[in-house]
Write a protein that binds this ligand. Structure first.
Ligand code: DGP
Length: 212
């Protein structure tokens, strides 16, 4: 199958344990099976030098000042931009598990961090064509295996994160009810992704949070 034009930039967002990674992998595997050139990526990308610092921070093996860790998460996205652009312009759709919306929603849930300040370092990143926001009831989230193992996984914090995600909604957002069975959630996600692939093919890639 030949796919003219560019690939779509699809981002999966949500609070911890909302099922993003499961859905991102399902989307990736099924797009490949359908012959649609697709790559899976995730942020934080824990494989780079910056990513390793972030990994240690999340596992509470180190402490990094709040502004500094915010900038490191952003740097971890920027260091992957050349690869992302190359793939998109080659016609590959990117399915990305978390992006700058997590950056802003998590950091601005901390004391004295405004949404606006948190956005600054991610302005100009490639803008997603579609953001799937997986909305999971907190009561269901805390029941999921391994909940609570990493730094931000506590209910009060996650409730603030959820509110922040909803404040970041723009025209690319689709809210998905993640409380339903995996297959039902997947159908919803897949249909939106297929539409985004069709619609973004001949549209120029935009920049995130740039005011024109
Ligand atoms: P995950 O690997 O998807 O479980 O994400 C790891 C954790 O890091 C999760 O609690 C969400 C958080 N996180 C992801 N991106 C960012 C970011 O850019 N900034 C901050 N402060 N936290 C983030």
């Amino acid at each position: 199958m030949s796919y003219p034009g560019r690939g779509a930039l699809v981002v999966l967002e949500g609070c911890d344990k909302a099922g993003k990674t499961t859905q991102a992998k399902l989307l990736y595997e099924n797009m490949i099976k359908a012959g649609i050139p697709t790559n899976y990526m995730c942020f934080p990308d824990r494989t780079t030098k910056i990513g390793k610092l972030i990994d240690d921070y999340l596992k509470c093996n180190n402490d990094i000042e709040d502004h500094a860790i915010h900038l490191l998460f952003s740097a971890n996205r920027w260091e992957n931009v050349p690869k992302m652009k190359e793939l998109l312009h080659r016609g590959t759709t990117l399915v990305i598990d978390r992006y700058a919306y997590s950056g802003v929603a998590f950091s601005s849930a901390k004391k004295n961090f405004s949404l606006d300040w948190c956005k600054q370092c991610d302005i100009g990143l490639p803008k997603p064509d579609l953001v799937l926001f997986f909305d999971l009831n907190m009561h269901n989230a805390v029941q999921r295996p391994t909940y609570g193992q990493e730094r931000y996984e506590n209910q009060t914090f996650q409730e603030k994160v959820r509110r922040n995600f909803l404040l970041l909604q723009d025209e690319s957002f689709k809210v998905i009810d993640a409380n339903r069975p995996i297959e039902v959630v997947y159908e919803d996600a897949k249909n939106s992704v297929l539409r985004a692939i069709q619609e973004s093919r001949f549209k120029p890639l935009q920049e995130l949070w740039v005011k024109r």
